[in-house]
Design a protein around this ligand. Structure first.
Ligand code: PLP
Length: 569
């Protein structure tokens, strides 16, 4: 007689989720497949035994299910079976340290998440919610453990599943390398028997109040248009859980299901800036978590002051000059509870050191009036003190300084001291942004802005210089920002033995100039080869521009406040 063939073990698909996350519906969905058997929370009794937690059905459950978790892992989860696949619905808190490492090493895993904002309103119907009961922290541990094993699991969101079951399920099947079957979209004949699904006419296993509505369902229910009113007793718990949920949410494949954003993720000008640390308030945060309150003055009214600084060869160029201007702007705007110069310097250094940025980097330093106690315009609502943002990025000079740029003149006028004094370096940049839009529409790199009388003030982002018959000219700083690069370049012009005139300059003088350049920390010294369709000089970079560019390079290589190195920190 031929020996009996040994039963093959199915490929196990582990589904990890928090409670109230459509995990039972999803199990029903997988149970419809012709190649799948399913297990409902096979590690539940182990969890009850190991943790000792109380449940109304504790005794009944322990008497029906094997409470020895490792026995269950070996014989039930990975035991022999008739089908090609075995789906295991796991609740994350049942992932306990006493379990064999096989549980995570073997089979295919995926994670089902749901916004705690949608879990918590219905949670208290069974067990009062807590961080442990929700198990969202444990879901992150599971994700991290699987990444450590070299297999980051697919993540799906219950709210997406409700929105578009077919897109999410077919995407999930693809990620699990199993063919999608359309019968997963509907069900009508399964209930539980000893942890396994069975036809409806057999005995029901498990606490029925959990599954009542799912048993009656025949597919994923459509999401409600409006959320339930949130149970505010769980507000703190929501705050504890959300960072974990959001971390997992970021792992959802963007190309899948209704989560697909209207636009794909844009490429970053410098891809290395994807993973940077940003100083917000009094801490360093990863790029995606670096956020400011909706109550902050900068959100409410552009009520903040800022500086752009550049890092050259381990040094911050003109650090004290930038901080002087920042404090002057804050003083003019009557900010209160402004941090000290040393505190801001420390935040700058910590940010640069943490990011390993010692060269070729730029800092956007913003100081907001801070959070308000309620929305509104009055600085009287600002009772929390100022908020500092140190956004350091890898950033080579932003213009083509070797070939030059084109400018056009904007119709938008630069603010005069009659309206907003341009000597305040504030974040209310709409004036400049409107001019920049004009520049973009004309396919120019930037736009020249005129003052209220029609004289040139600066560009939307830089100060401006011209050369005529060997004399260097730049507008008075009455209608433009008194730029730090402008001041540096004015000194250099004199040091390089050119004559410098600071006066009102009309647009036609710029059109007819021999050379023009712009200045700014971000872009340094940028030759201008065309203004409003007029070629400047012969359309090439002129000799004075080159001389000043070279002199500026020497200065930036040598000057600056050193960033403390690890040994000194
Ligand atoms: C409108 C405007 N002009 C000029 C500049 C250049 O100033 P700085 O040389 O201090 O970087 C800036 C930079 O912040 C600016 O926003």
């Amino acid at each position: 007689m031929a020996p009996e063939a040994e039963a093959e073990s199915p490929v196990v698909i582990h589904a990890w989720s928090a409670p109230r996350s459509l995990s039972t519906s999803l199990m029903y969905s997988f149970a419809q497949r012709d190649d799948m058997e399913v297990l409902d929370e096979p590690l539940y009794a182990n969890f009850l035994r190991a943790t000792g937690v109380d449940r109304p059905y504790r005794q009944e459950l322990l008497s029906k299910m094997d409470p020895d978790g490792n026995q269950v892992v070996k014989e039930v989860i990975f035991g022999p079976g008739d089908k090609k696949y075995r789906y295991c619905k796991h609740i994350s808190k049942q992932h306990l340290p006493n379990l064999s490492s096989d549980l995570m090493k073997k089979g295919k895993h995926f994670i089902l998440i749901r916004n705690p904002l949608n879990i918590l309103p219905s949670f208290d119907k069974v067990v009062p919610p807590s961080f442990m009961e929700l198990g969202i922290g444990e879901l992150v541990s599971i994700y991290s453990e699987l990444c450590g094993l070299g297999s980051p699991p697919p993540v799906i969101d219950a709210d997406d599943l409700q929105q578009d079951p077919e897109a999410v399920l077919s995407g999930l099947c693809e990620d699990l390398s199993i063919p999608f079957q359309s019968q997963m979209l509907n069900w009508n004949c399964f209930l539980f028997l000893d942890g396994k699904l069975a036809p409806r006419n057999l005995m029901v296993y498990g606490p029925p109040w959990w599954y009542g509505s799912v048993h009656k369902s025949s597919g994923f229910s459509k999401p409600c248009q409006y959320p339930l009113t949130f149970p505010f007793a769980f507000y703190d718990l929501l705050e504890q859980c959300l960072p974990f949920y959001n971390m997992l949410k970021r792992q959802i494949r963007k190309t899948r299901g209704p989560q697909q954003p209207p636009l794909p993720d844009p490429p970053l000008p410098v891809p290395a800036n994807k993973n940077i640390l940003v100083w917000v308030g009094d801490e360093l945060l990863p790029r995606d978590s670096a956020k400011i309150s909706v109550f902050d003055s900068v959100v409410q009214g552009g009520d903040a002051v800022w500086e752009g600084l550049r890092i050259y060869d381990g040094k911050v160029f003109k650090l004290d000059e930038h901080l002087d201007r920042l404090f002057d702007s804050a003083k003019a705007m009557a900010f209160r509870n402004v941090p000290t110069r040393d505190w801001i310097k420390d935040a700058i250094f910590k940010t640069l050191i943490a990011n390993g940025m010692f060269d070729n980097a730029h800092i956007r330093l913003s100081l907001t009036r801070g959070k308000k106690v309620t929305s509104g315009m009055s600085p009287g609502f600002n009772l929390y003190g100022c908020a500092l943002i140190v956004l350091a990025e890898w950033k080579p000079p932003v213009y083509d300084n070797s070939h030059g740029i084109k400018l056009v003149t904007a119709t938008t006028r630069r603010n005069s001291p009659n309206s907003i004094d341009s000597k305040i370096h504030h974040n209310n940049l709409i004036n400049n942004i409107l001019a920049k839009i004009e520049g973009n529409l004309a396919q120019a790199e930037d736009a020249i802005m005129l003052d209220k009388d029609g004289f040139v003030s600066e560009t939307n982002a830089t100060n401006i210089f011209m050369v005529k018959r060997g004399i260097v000219l730049t507008p008075h700083a009455d209608y433009c920002l008194p730029g730090i690069t402008r001041a540096t370049v004015m000194d250099l012009v004199v040091k390089e033995n050119f004559v410098l005139h600071e006066r009102r300059i009309s647009l036609s003088e710029f059109h007819a100039a021999d050379e023009v350049w712009t200045t700014g920390t971000m872009g340094e010294i940028t030759p201008v080869v065309m203004i409003d369709g007029r070629e400047i000089g012969d359309g090439e970079i002129g000799p004075v521009t080159r001389q000043i560019q070279n002199a500026y390079k020497v200065l930036t290589a040598g000057l600056g406040v050193p960033i403390p190195r690890i040994a000194e920190v």
